[in-house]
Design a protein around this ligand. Structure first.
Ligand SMILES: Cc1ncc(C[n+]2csc(CCOP(=O)(O)OP(=O)(O)O)c2C)c(N)n1
Length: 640
């Protein structure tokens, strides 16, 4: 029986010897590799925090004490140790364990995370609540060096330092975000790690200064001043100290004995403490140590070689976007590209290689990314911000206040719009239409396939104001990618099939599902018109009203929440134009968060499939009084 099997409850860890903890770390690593090889997931971040998690569980009393995992993608070891080991096979699957901390899943998960840089704010909030209620427990935020580049982390540290609240921040520094981390902070942390001057203990410095001979008051003053400037050079973590934190570190993050010792010290220290832990991303599994970026988040792979199992298929929307952007970059030397820490994920790596000076990775700083783009546009450049739908959520004010108000020509390339799958509710791209549709002056498009994505990118680049396009995660439709990209007339949708009984308006690639549904309906004697709306804003109002009048029935389909979504826009249009008699059914996501699962499984569940569309049309028509249908038929609209 393995040691891991004997850990039936988390507190059992406290009784283990150091040798046993080391053995446990090895067993956990094997289990992580085997599990994630099957389920896919965030392997490298978890391999890096095995010892840290064991030390945290040894020193703190969970669930009384609270650990908040920033981003939360490194919580697998914590899950294994908190009674969920046997369920790990269901990780990230529909109905299974989440790949992120979930309060609803376990009392050991203190706070739900998924988006970066929130942990210190949440931890401070909990620490304040604890103090106000007169309770007694510890709150620990574990944050990576990548997540520390997000502004919220600084806002929270600034506040925590001011309040001097009892709170521990563990900085898990592995010198990586998904890609290498960005900026002065990364350089600072790296100096703390490597420069022997910096890693000298603070006590050592005090001793050195105290050993100076006793001198007259004037000289002492000079020394005091020197001491101050000297401190900046020699005391590690001075930045954190200056904003009110006690800095402990840097500490070797794979040495459990040392980790336990320092965490214990942090536990006994008053006020906010920052424990700087140095870890290796992917530790203990060579392919992940060699390629921490590839193994940050990975699909199923062969554990023996580290090679991915899936492959082939049509190119992804992301890669088609990336290639087209390079083409456009060749034609226009004002074009610049921006990512917030996702150069690979957003397809910008080819652009970065081809035009390194015109590419900016800003770190995990979506708000800054958008306002940076606004500044670039205001000064004559053509910025394209490539960003996941879910992470754009935190930069809506920058879009409204810094881009749209000045009508600046910034292009938002919104990737992972719609269902993203296994990462679950924190990562689904289901809100962007509602958030952006209300922004005056914005042109907002959804390509039906990867070829149209190319056309829409050019459309956006030629538009003299803010423009956005939303496209899904994963493989395109496999359509030919031929010719040069041509602009699409703004505000014009396209009719893909004509029929007299019902009009289906399906956003993005769902229009192919609508076409399939229309084919099936035709067999049943129901003739459907299928429209690719192309534009969420401005809507092709004439086209939609014309077909609404002709068919009397509309079905809208979108991978988005219904509230404020594309279907809402169509309903508003009909209401504004006195078309209350038109019967409408809107398909999309009801008023709920969508959990994890393969996108195909989720679509099935939500009825966003050809069969779901067909059923919705049939139900809609079944509700219609026979008279109404006959009247339509006498109008003589022909199908086909
Ligand atoms: C707001 C936001 N932007 C982007 C991401 C995507 N993302 C997930 S993890 C990660 C890197 C985090 O790096 P770090 O905090 O150093 O943790 P590590 O994976 O290296 O352990 C990024 C950019 C996110 N989760 N949230």
């Amino acid at each position: 029986m393995s040691l891991l099997e004997k850990i039936d409850e988390p507190s059992a860890i406290k009784k283990l010897t150091l040798a046993e903890l080391d053995l446990l770390a090895r067993e956990i690593r094997q289990e992580l590799v085997q599990t994630v090889a099957r389920t896919g997931g965030h392997l490298a971040p978890n391999l890096g925090v095995v010892e840290l998690t064991l030390a945290l569980h040894s020193v703190f009393d969970l669930p009384r004490d609270k650990i908040i995992w920033d981003v939360g993608h490194q919580c697998y070891v914590h899950k294994i140790l908190t009674g969920r080991r046997r369920e790990m096979a269901s990780l990230r699957q529909f109905g299974g364990l989440s790949g992120f901390p979930k309060r609803a899943e376990s009392p050991y998960d203190a706070f739900d995370t998924g988006h970066s840089s929130t942990s210190i704010s949440a931890a401070l909030g909990m620490a304040l609540a604890r103090d106000l209620k007169g309770e007694d427990y510890q709150v620990v935020a574990v944050i990576g060096d990548g997540a520390l580049t997000g502004g919220m982390a600084f806002e929270a540290m600034n506040h925590a330092g001011h309040l001097q609240a009892n709170l521990i921040v563990v900085l898990n520094d592995n010198e990586m975000s998904i890609a290498p981390p960005v900026g002065g902070l990364a350089a600072y942390l790296s100096r703390l790690r490597t420069d022997p001057m910096y890693s000298r203990g603070k006590e050592e410095l005090e001793n050195l200064l105290n050993r100076l001979p006793h001198l007259g008051p004037r000289v002492l003053k000079v020394i005091d001043r020197l001491k101050d400037s000297f401190k900046y050079l020699v005391v590690p973590g001075m930045f954190f100290e200056e904003i009110g934190f006690t800095y402990l570190g840097p500490i070797e993050g794979h040495n459990i004995a040392r980790l336990k010792e320092v965490l214990q010290h942090a536990r006994n220290t008053k006020g906010p403490v920052l424990v700087h832990v140095i870890t290796t991303k992917g530790k203990g599994y060579q392919p992940a140590e060699d390629h921490p970026d590839r193994f940050h988040g990975i699909g199923p792979f062969d554990p023996a070689t580290g090679e991915p199992l899936a492959g082939g298929g049509p190119p992804t929307y992301t890669s088609v976007f990336g290639a087209e952007l390079v083409r456009q970059g060749e034609k226009n030397d004002r074009l610049v590209a921006i990512t917030a820490a996702m150069p690979d994920g957003t397809g910008l790596t080819p652009f970065a290689r081809r035009f390194p000076k015109r590419f900016f990775d800003v770190g995990i700083a979506e708000q800054h990314a958008l306002t940076l783009a606004a500044g670039l546009a205001a000064a004559g450049m053509r910025p394209v911000v490539a960003i996941y739908s879910t992470f754009l959520q935190r930069a809506i004010d920058q879009l409204i206040h810094d881009i749209a108000l000045m009508e600046l020509p910034v292009v938002l390339a919104i990737d992972r719009a719609g269902l993203v799958g296994e990462d679950g509710e924190t990562h689904q791209g289901l809100f962007d239409v509602a958030l952006l549709r209300c922004v005056p002056g914005l042109v907002f498009m959804a390509p039906r396939d990867e070829q149209e994505l190319r056309h829409m990118l050019v459309t956006a680049l030629q538009y003299q104001g803010p423009a956005a396009l939303r496209y899904p995660r994963g493989a395109g439709m496999g359509v030919p990618l031929t010719g040069t990209a041509q602009p699409v007339p703004i505000g014009k949708g396209e009719v893909l099939r004509r029929g007299r009984d019902v009009t289906i308006l399906a956003l993005g690639p769902l229009v192919y599902d609508a076409l399939e549904a229309a084919g099936d309906l035709a067999v049943l004697g129901i003739e459907a018109t299928v429209i690719n709306p192309r534009f969420i804003k401005p809507l092709d109002e004439d086209l939609i009203l014309t077909w609404a009048d002709r068919t009397g029935h509309l079905v809208t389909v979108e991978e988005h929440v219904l509230a404020g979504g594309f279907g809402s826009a169509v309903l508003e249009l009909l209401a504004r134009n006195g078309r209350q008699g038109i019967r409408v059914r809107c398909l999309g996501v009801k008023d709920e968060f969508v959990h994890q699962g393969k996108p195909a499984v989720l679509r099935e569940h939500l009825g966003l499939t050809p069969a779901g569309i067909r059923a919705a049309v049939q139900a809609l028509l079944a509700e219609t009084p026979a008279l109404h249908r006959r009247r339509n038929q006498t109008k003589g609209i022909s199908g086909g």
